[in-house]
Ligand binder design. Structure first.
Ligand SMILES: [Zn+2]
Length: 104
């Protein structure tokens, strides 16, 4: 496999692994990191976790410096004022997949 092919394979694996993160894993991570603290706008601690077919909803924004890549976020909505909090997908991927490879 040439270098471009290797990069493509790694990117595909990263995408598949990130999309395999379950609601339970997402919730465990949120609680472990205390990412569910009070809403910055209204102080409510009631969060709505949007799901899509049993997985946490995920969104992507294009990297305007390189449209071949994007930044991915899981998100949660304040149940009181609808303010939205983004949780970067990368660190959650690292938590479940990179750390796992190191410990195995
Ligand atoms: Zn709020």
């Amino acid at each position: 496999m040439n270098e471009d092919g290797e990069v493509q394979a790694n990117r595909q694996s990263l995408v598949e692994q990130t999309l395999s993160i379950t609601v339970d894993q997402f919730m465990d991570y949120i609680q472990h990191k205390k990412s569910d603290g009070p809403c910055e706008s209204c102080g409510s601690i009631r969060w709505i976790y949007v799901q899509d077919n049993g997985c946490p909803a995920i969104m992507g924004t294009p990297n305007v410096r390189n449209y071949a890549t994007s930044n991915w976020f899981f998100w949660m909505v304040c149940g009181s004022c609808s303010s939205t909090r983004l949780i970067a997908a990368g660190p959650i991927w690292e938590h479940y997949f990179v750390a796992k490879e190191i410990s195995n």
